[in-house]
Design a protein around this ligand. Structure first.
Ligand code: MG
Length: 399
């Protein structure tokens, strides 16, 4: 490779797309304002051809309660609409398809960003493997380049009581996590976060994620939400994530004026253009970057480039990812534009079994880190035995 960014435009020949639905039981059910996950089903994708293979993961959750996408729907759109378009585009030139061309090839299909990002990731992995270049370097090709480690951060689901929160946060800090993101919902917010702050101390980077569960004054049934959220200002949160509905950009502008706590948006930021608009309007001052939400790992890296260029705080979010998505998120979080610790947690926090080897946190209580993968591409691939154990169905798509 002549330059670290060259993998983005390195063509790979692809003649087969393999889709696997895997099922990973969670250590404990994960509960957020949008629902509960007991078993993490996910679609893994593998592209293969004369230049080798590459893997990706679709972040869609088992049910369409967080976003419109869900595992079984993602499988259908990948199998019947996206994989055939990818294969057609790859067959058009004898040299194959470049990672930068994937989004355009899939563009005629409306929506389904998580499914699209899975295919782009697989092509990036294949191109990175062929070139011997780690994904972190491909996503952050410019100086200073990717970091070698990222700080450990964990998302904690909705818990029944502040005492449960205190016990959970104590345990997580003991495991090395210096950043905890607590899911909140009306009635399980201020006291829960206060308990987290008390046991975590002032050094804990504490984030609250509401997944859009609040409403501003005047809307039916929730006339005190803004006042409730103002009570968070004394707790020193790094940010309050997605307090209002996905499409309520103006509400977030209003809320940002009324709160001292920085507002971070997640679900609302479905494109780089909308991210810029939200920042310009003052709907948020912190950006949660999720490549699957943008439909593209390269687009997510571009968002981080722009955040870095404009001094905007950003961090990388997760989606209860299997080892493949976890490795990819580590690569993205190594980008210098990811200035705040993100949802980068050890495999063991969520799963007892995984398709890849485990991602681990090392370091002292509250100061743990994860190594950014240095191997070519994702730096990890599913093991045969693990796939055998965890695969529910397999589909192969060829032209
Ligand atoms: Mg979120």
């Amino acid at each position: 490779m002549n330059s670290p960014g060259a993998v983005r435009s390195a063509a790979v020949r692809i003649d087969e797309v393999e889709l696997r639905v895997v099922a990973l039981p969670l250590v404990t059910p994960f509960v957020a304002a949008h629902g509960r996950v007991d078993v993490r089903t996910a679609v893994l994708v593998r592209v293969a051809g004369p230049d080798g293979e590459g893997w990706g993961e679709c972040a869609a959750l088992p049910e369409p309660t967080y976003t419109a996408e869900f595992t079984d729907g993602a499988l259908l759109v990948l199998r019947d609409h996206l994989a055939p378009r990818l294969l057609t585009a790859a067959a058009r030139r004898s040299t194959g398809l470049e990672p930068t061309e994937v989004a355009g090839a899939l563009g005629p299909v409306v929506g389904h960003p998580m499914a699209k990002a899975a295919l782009e990731l697989a092509v990036l992995d294949a191109a990175g493997r062929a070139a011997g270049a780690p994904l972190a370097r491909t996503l952050a090709p410019h100086p200073p380049g990717p970091s070698a480690t990222v700080p450990a951060g964990v998302a904690v689901g909705l818990l029944p009581s502040p005492d449960d929160v205190a016990a959970e946060v104590t345990a997580r800090v003991g495991e090395g996590y210096g950043r905890v993101k607590l899911k909140i919902a009306p009635g399980r917010d201020v006291e829960h976060l206060r308990a987290a702050r008390e046991v975590g101390g002032p050094a804990l980077v504490l984030v609250a994620d509401a997944n859009g569960a609040y409403r501003l004054d005047g809307e039916p049934g929730a006339d005190d939400d803004a006042r409730r959220l103002a009570a968070l200002d004394e707790l020193g949160l790094a940010c309050l994530e997605q307090p209002l509905a996905v499409d309520d950009l103006l509400g977030h502008v209003e809320l940002a004026r009324r709160l001292a706590t920085p507002i971070c948006l997640d679900e609302s930021l479905t494109s780089p253009a909308l991210t810029e608009e939200a920042l310009d309007r003052g709907a948020c001052s912190v950006v949660c970057v999720k490549a699957p939400r943008y439909g593209s790992w390269l687009a997510a890296a571009d968002v981080l480039d722009r955040c870095a260029g404009n001094g905007v705080a950003a961090w990388v979010g997760g989606m209860l990812d299997t080892g493949l998505g976890r490795h990819a998120n580590l690569a993205l979080a190594a980008h210098p534009g990811a200035t705040l610790p993100g949802d980068l947690a050890a495999t063991a926090r969520f799963f007892t079994d995984d398709v890849t080897g485990p991602v681990v946190v090392t370091g002292p209580p509250g100061g743990g880190t994860l190594d950014v993968p240095t191997g070519p591409g994702l730096g990890a691939a599913p093991g045969e035995a693990a796939l055998e154990r965890l695969t529910v169905t397999t589909h192969r798509v060829r032209l």
